[in-house]
Design a protein around this ligand. Sequence first.
Ligand code: MN
Length: 493
Amino acid sequence: MKKEPTRVEKAVEVATRAHEGQFRKTGEPYIVHPLAVKKILEEWGMDEDTVIAGVLHDTVEDTNLTLDDIRKDFGESVAFLVDGVTKLSTARTGMRDIDTYLPETKDNFLRLLIALGDDIRVLIIKLADRLHNLRTLSALPPDKQRKIAKESLEIFAPLADRLNMGLLRVEMADLAFKYVDPRRYEELKNLIEKSNKSAAKSLKKIEQEVSEALKKEKINFEISGRVKSVYSLHKKLAKHNQNINEIYDLTALRVIVDDVTSCYLALGIIHSLYTPMGGRIKDYIAMPKQNGYQSLHTTVITKDKHVVEFQIRTREMHEYAERGLAASFYYNEQKLTENYKKGKIEHLPTNLLWITELQMTAAKLREGKKVDLKKLKLNLFADKIFVYTPKGDIIDLPNGALPLDFAYRLHTEIGDHVVGVKINGKMSNMNKKLEQGDIVEILTSKNQTPKSSWLGRIITPHARQKLTRALRIKDDNAKAKPAPRPIPPIKKR
Ligand code: MN
């Protein structure tokens, strides 16, 4: 008896039929492309609806298939995702076999935002789509190559980075950079190869020494070399006046261990073997990067004067560093998907809450309000933290914000009457910088009044403005009544 085809198999059948007779610039049947996108999404561990939407992502725009057909056969969720991806693309130039006509970067970015407002999985499908197009970019005419490559470098690779999808970022950036600046690409690629070759022998020795020491301490580990990507070297060199001697992470070893304690143990062991370089020890475990990346980094100098960077992390951190948002999906698939369906976003991993910002912007755009895209792009990649009220409302603040900034953000009345703050359930002081994901509770008292000393405990212009106003009113009130003794002047900024 023949088995019922799965939903994914059915989608492949439908897409194959729909794209029948269409070809890519490479000369292959068009269906090769949606199938490649499917494979990428499966490798990323995405849920079934996303994989199906990946198979069907070009059908509505390029074939006779309609959204209604898709809704009928595959359900609302898949139709929703395909619609999002379709909105991301643009009107083609009438040539069905070109998958690659792209509008101006800005325009595309705007569409990206609008679609993002609906479901972040749309972006993940788009990233998979873009990755395959980059892998097959050689089939296109040079002007299109450059355009797509540039856009990938400026928008898509940074987005992949923001989502902590490290493998994707590296592959995209290097594929694209090759087209944007082929000479530089070759030059740096050779440089990396040469440096790896010359470091290979001493690296082997270091690997051995570290392995022995870790074994002696009974730490379970895996150690491997990490190759620096061409594009990240290019960017780093630009930052260091092209001085290759200032690039310390050209050769790096990655140590993966079982748990956080072992990470710190391994760091200690490595430091007992080699001299660490000052200022180059980074604890991204205690203080994760904005995108959620966690790892210990240290640069050491070996006995024979080799400079090597070590990256130490757990298996889980490694997984997340390479696959990022996709990994979160994999682990929280059910929970996340359910929440998306309900239109909730607060169960996103804390470090990805910047997406709320995008979604708010998207809502603005949908209402037809004007948004300064240039500013937006900066905002999007600037450092920001997201903290919670005890009720779970999300408040975004600039990095380094203090409890009073938070209080004034909630409400002027709250700000004016602050007597204390609890951070993550514990009493804390007003000078404590808020951190990503903190739960912040402001304690107030009717009798409290704003103090001029508070001006030194805020960093946001919003809070400064509110506080200055409150201080002025207080000052005026005090002057109106005959004061028993002179009131000290208020410090003006
Ligand atoms: Mn496509």
